[in-house]
Design a protein around this ligand. Structure first.
Ligand code: GTP
Length: 819
C-alpha cells in the first residue's frame, strides 16, 4: 500500500463526530425508513457497515466508540448473540436517545437502559444461556454526535460451543455473518485484535470470502495498547502483513477494567488520541489511527458508494412512487355534496361500463399467461362448443336395430316398397334435438363468463364502496340473467326450426339416389363374394327380380334430388355392374337392394300377401283346421324386429345412415354458426349496449347516493396511510433530486477542510466515482469549472476523466453547476 501523500493531521475527539457527508447519508437513512414503512427493507440495497470478527475481538467496543455512547453489552465471553442493526441519526438537538423497532415510540434517553433492553430482547429470543439467533434487533440512535450511518453488530465467530449453543455453532455464526456481508453494498469492518496473529484473523478470512477483491473491507486493529512489549502494529497498519485496498485503522478501546471503572467513552477517546499522539511508532501514522479516522474513512467510502448506487435507488423510489400514487388514487377523494356524489357515482358507473366493454373486446387484457375476457368467450364458442359439436357422430347412439325398427314402424302394417323418408325424418329429429343441450350450455358458459368479467371490473376502485359493489353486482346479475333468457329462447327456436322442416332440398344434402349408390357400394365392398344366390330373408334370386320399370320408379324416389327433379342417373340402375352381370355376387347384391324397394321379396311381405290374397272362406277353413293343431304364441308386449337383418334392410340401414350424416352436417353447421351469433346478439352485445342505461335507471337515484357511496373505515385509514407514504416518497424523491449538488459540495468540501484523501480506494466500477475524485472535483484554487459546450441541462466538467479522454464523468450528478 502506498504511503499517504497527505501530511498527517492530529486526530481530535471532536472530529469523530464531524457530520462529514451528512448531506448525503441522511437520505440513505430516510430511504431505509421509507422502505421499512413500506415493509420492504430488503428491496433496496442500502449501504450498511457490518462489524465482523472473532469473539471478544472488540467489535462492540468499536461500534460504541463510533457512536460515542456507552450502550452495548460488552465483556468477555459471548455478548452479541443476535444481529443488532444500529441506525445512527444525527440530530440538531442536544438530546440523545435510542428507539427500538420492537418498541415503537418508546424513547430511551438512558443508554444503560438501551443496553438492558438489548440484553432482555436477546434473552427473550434465545434465552439466557449463550444461545444465538439470526433474528435482528433494530435500534435507532438519535444524537448530535454521530455520523449518519447504519451499523450492524454481529455475533463473534466462536469455535467451541458453550451453553445452549449447538455443536455447529461456528458454521451457523459464519452463515449468519455471510448473509450480511455478502450483500455487495455492505461495508465490512474486519476487526482483529492486535494481540493475536493477523495471519489467522477470522475477520479477514470471512471478509475475504465475501469480498475477495477487498473493495469494501476496512481492517480494524484493536487492542493496540495491550500488545506484547517491544512489538507494534506499524506493519499491520501499513498493510505490509496482509494488504487491504481500503487499508487499516488502529484503535484503542476501553479495556475491561475501564468498563468496570465506568470510564466514559469521551475520556477514552481523549486517552486514545493521547496514546497515538505520544506513541513513537504511531505518531507518524495519524491518519490510520484512532476512532476519528475510522469514522472519516467510513464516511468517505459511504459517500462514494451512495454515488455509485444512486441511479438504481432513484429508479426504485420512483417505481414505489408510481405504485403508491396509484393505490392512493384508487381510494379516491371524499365527496360530501349531493352534486359531487352524483358526479362521482356517474363517473364510477361509466368507468365500470367502459371497463366491462374493454374487457369483452379485449382492449385492456395484456396478460401473456392466460386468456381473459373476450378471448375466453371466443374460446368457449370455438374450442368448446363448436369442437364438441364436430366430435358428434349422429349415428353413434343409433344401432342398426334402432334404424331397422324405425323403418319397420314407418312402413306400418304394409311392407316397404322403398326406403321411406319417414324413418329418416324421425331419426334426424332425434339427432337434432340432441343439439339443444350443448347450445344452452354454451349460453350458460358465456353468461358465467360475463359474470366473471363484471366481478373484475373496477375491482380495486370499488373496494372503497362495498355497498355500491354489492348493488352493482345485483343489477348486473339480474340484467345478465334477463339477457340469458332470450338467448335460451332463441336457441330453442333454432332447434325447433331445424326440427320443424327437414329440408331435403338443401343443396348440400346428399339426396336419395346418391345415398343408395354409395350404400350399395358400401354393402358390396363389405360383403364376402358368394356364388350362391341367397334365397331367404325376402331376397329373391336375380332372375326373379321385379320388372325394371318398377325398379326405376323406386330409384326415382330414392334418387330424387333435392330440387325435386329426377336425374337421368337416378332413373337408371345405380351401378354398371347391375346392368352387366345378372349372376355373381355383386349383381346379386345389387338386385337384392333394388328388388327390396318393391318389397316383392320381403319374407314378411310375402307372408302377408299370401295370407290376404286367399279367399276368406278358405282362410276360415284353414284356421279351423289348424285350430286343433297349431297354437300361436302371444305377441310379447315389447316387440322388436325379429331375426337377422335381411340384405334389403342392410342396404336400407346404410342409406338411412348416409342420409342422417349428410343432413346432420347441414344442421350442425347452422347451429355452429347461429348459436354463437344469437348469444352474442342477445346476451353479450345487448349487455354492452344497455348496461349503462340499466345502471342509470336502477342505481342513479339521489336518495341512494349516500348509502351507495358509504366507505368502510379501513379505506379512510388506508387513504391516510398511503397519502403519508406518498408524501414521504415524494419528499425522498425531491431529496434525491437535490442530492447531486450536495454530493458535489461534500466532495468539494473534502480537500479544503484538510480531510485525508482515501488510499486504497476501490477501483472497481462500484466505486469508480471515488477514484476519479480529483478529476471531476473543481480544484479549490480554481473552483469555477469550465462551462460545458452543451450545458444547460447538465454541467460537464472540463477536466478529463482518469483515462484522460475528456469524457464527462457521471454527468448526471452535476447539473447546472455554473449556470
Ligand atoms: N485493552 C483493550 N481492551 C479492549 C479493547 N477493545 C476491546 N477490549 C475489551 O475486550 C473485551 C471484548 O470486547 P467487546 O467489544 O465486547 O468484543 P466483541 O467482539 O464485541 O465481543 P462479542 O460480541 O462477544 O464477540 C471487553 O472487555 C473490552 O473491554 C482495546 O482496544 N484495548
Amino acid at each position: 500500500m502506498a504511503d499517504d501523500p497527505v501530511a498527517p493531521s492530529t486526530p481530535s475527539v471532536s472530529s469523530s463526530s464531524a457530520p462529514l457527508g451528512s448531506s448525503v447519508i441522511p437520505i440513505v437513512n430516510k430511504l431505509q425508513d421509507i422502505f421499512a414503512q413500506l415493509g420492504s427493507q430488503s428491496t433496496i440495497e442500502l449501504p450498511q457497515v457490518a462489524v465482523v470478527g472473532s469473539q471478544s475481538s472488540g467489535k462492540s467496543s468499536v461500534l460504541e466508540a463510533l457512536v460515542g455512547r456507552d450502550f452495548l453489552p460488552r465483556g468477555s465471553g459471548i455478548c452479541t448473540r443476535r444481529p443488532l442493526v444500529l441506525q445512527l441519526l444525527q440530530t440538531k438537538t442536544d438530546k440523545e436517545y435510542g428507539e427500538f423497532l420492537h418498541l415503537p415510540g418508546k424513547k430511551f434517553y438512558d443508554f444503560s437502559e438501551i443496553r438492558k433492553e438489548i440484553q432482555s430482547e436477546t434473552e427473550r429470543e434465545v434465552g439466557g444461556n449463550k444461545g444465538v439467533s439470526d433474528k435482528q434487533i433494530r435500534l435507532k440512535i438519535f444524537s448530535p454526535n454521530v455520523l449518519d450511518i447504519t451499523l450492524v453488530d454481529l455475533p463473534g465467530i466462536t469455535k467451541v460451543p458453550v451453553g445452549d449453543q449447538p455443536s455447529d455453532i461456528e458454521a451457523r455464526i459464519r452463515t449468519m455473518i455471510m448473509s450480511y456481508i455478502k450483500v455487495p453494498s455492505c461495508l465490512i469492518l474486519a476487526v482483529t485484535p492486535a494481540n493475536s496473529d493477523l495471519a489467522n484473523s477470522d475477520a479477514l478470512q470471512i471478509a475475504g470470502n465475501a469480498d475477495p477483491d477487498g473493495i469494501r473491507t476496512i481492517g480494524v486493529i484493536t487492542k493496540l495498547d495491550i500488545m506484547d512489549r517491544g512489538t507494534d502494529a506499524r506493519n499491520l497498519l501499513l498493510g505490509k502483513v496482509i494488504p487491504l485496498r481500503l487499508g487499516y485503522v488502529g484503535v484503542v478501546n476501553r479495556s475491561q477494567e475501564d468498563i468496570l471503572l465506568n470510564r466514559s467513552i469521551k475520556d477514552a477517546l481523549v486517552d486514545e488520541e493521547k496514546f497515538f499522539r505520544t506513541h513513537p511508532v504511531y505518531n507518524g501514522l495519524a491518519d490510520r489511527c484512532g476512532i476519528a479516522q475510522l469514522a472519516k474513512k467510513l464516511n468517505q467510502v459511504l459517500v462514494q458508494h451512495i454515488k455509485a448506487v444512486f441511479p438504481g435507488l432513484k429508479s426504485r423510489i420512483s417505481a414505489a412512487l408510481v405504485s403508491v400514487a396509484k393505490e392512493h388514487a384508487s381510494y379516491g377523494e371524499i365527496t360530501e355534496s349531493k352534486a359531487g356524489q352524483g358526479a362521482l357515482l356517474l363517473n364510477i358507473l361509466s368507468k365500470y361500463c367502459e371497463a366491462f366493454c374493454s374487457m369483452v373486446e379485449g382492449k385492456n387484457e395484456k396478460s401473456t399467461h392466460k386468456l381473459l375476457g373476450g378471448a375466453r368467450i371466443h374460446y368457449i364458442f370455438q374450442s368448446i362448443f363448436v369442437k364438441s359439436l364436430e366430435e358428434v357422430d349422429p349415428c353413434e347412439d343409433l344401432t342398426d336395430d334402432d334404424i331397422r325398427t324405425a323403418i319397420q314402424n314407418a312402413t306400418g302394417p304394409k311392407s316397404a316398397v322403398f326406403v321411406p323418408d319417414v324413418p329418416f325424418e324421425v331419426l334426424i329429429r332425434r339427432q337434432i334435438i340432441r343439439l339443444l343441450d350443448p347450445s344452452l350450455q354454451c349460453a350458460r358458459f358465456i353468461y358465467d363468463e360475463l359474470v366473471q368479467i363484471s366481478h373484475r371490473c373496477l375491482a380495486n376502485e370499488l373496494q372503497r364502496f362495498p355497498v355500491l359493489r354489492k348493488r352493482i353486482d345485483e343489477v348486473i346479475g339480474n340484467f345478465l340473467r334477463e339477457g340469458l333468457e332470450p338467448s335460451e329462447t332463441i336457441i330453442g327456436h333454432l332447434i325447433n326450426i331445424e326440427m320443424g322442416y327437414i329440408n331435403t332440398s338443401h343443396p348440400n344434402f346428399i339426396g336419395g339416389s346418391k345415398a343408395v349408390e354409395i350404400a350399395l357400394q358400401q354393402v358390396k365392398s363389405s360383403r364376402v363374394p358368394s356364388t350362391v344366390p341367397r334365397l331367404k330373408d325376402g331376397v329373391v334370386e336375380p332372375d326373379k327380380a321385379p320388372p325394371s320399370e318398377k325398379t326405376s320408379k323406386s330409384r326415382a324416389f330414392l334418387a330424387r334430388h333435392s330440387n325435386g327433379f329426377l336425374t337421368e342417373k337416378g332413373a337408371r340402375p345405380s351401378g354398371d355392374g347391375e346392368k352387366v352381370a345378372p349372376s355373381g355376387a355383386a349383381a346379386n347384391n345389387s338386385s337384392w337392394g333394388i328388388s327390396s324397394f318393391f318389397g316383392g321379396s320381403d319374407n314378411r311381405t310375402s307372408a302377408k300377401e299370401s295370407s290376404t290374397s286367399k279367399p276368406y272362406n278358405e282362410h276360415v277353413l284353414n284356421t279351423e283346421q289348424a285350430f286343433s293343431t297349431i297354437q300361436l304364441r302371444e305377441p310379447p308386449i315389447v316387440l322388436r324386429p325379429s331375426g337377422g337383418c335381411s340384405d334389403q334392410e342392410i342396404i336400407e340401414i346404410a342409406v338411412i345412415k348416409l342420409l342422417l350424416r349428410s343432413y346432420y352436417d347441414i344442421v350442425r353447421n347452422n347451429i355452429k354458426d347461429l348459436v354463437p351469433k344469437s348469444i352474442m346478439h342477445f346476451l353479450v352485445n345487448h349487455t354492452k349496449q344497455e348496461m349503462h342505461n340499466v345502471f342509470i335507471k336502477k342505481l342513479y337515484r339521489e336518495n341512494l347516493f349516500e348509502e351507495m357511496l358509504q366507505e368502510p373505515d379501513e379505506v379512510a385509514v388506508k387513504r391516510k396511510n398511503t397519502r403519508e407514504t406518498l408524501r414521504v416518497l415524494q419528499q425522498a424523491f425531491r431529496t434525491l433530486d437535490e442530492l447531486p449538488l450536495e454530493a458535489e459540495s461534500v466532495e468539494r468540501g473534502g480537500d479544503p477542510t484538510g480531510l485525508p484523501r482515501m488510499h486504497g480506494m476501490p477501483t472497481s466500477s462500484m466505486y469508480s466515482a471515488s477514484s476519479s475524485n480529483d478529476s471531476f472535483s473543481p480544484s479549490p484554487k480554481n473552483p469555477k469549472p469550465r462551462k460545458s459546450s452543451y450545458s444547460g441541462e447538465l454541467q460537464v466538467h472540463g477536466n478529463s476523466d482518469s483515462n484522460g479522454n475528456g469524457r464527462p464523468f457521471m454527468p448526471s450528478l452535476y447539473p447546472k453547476l455554473d449556470l
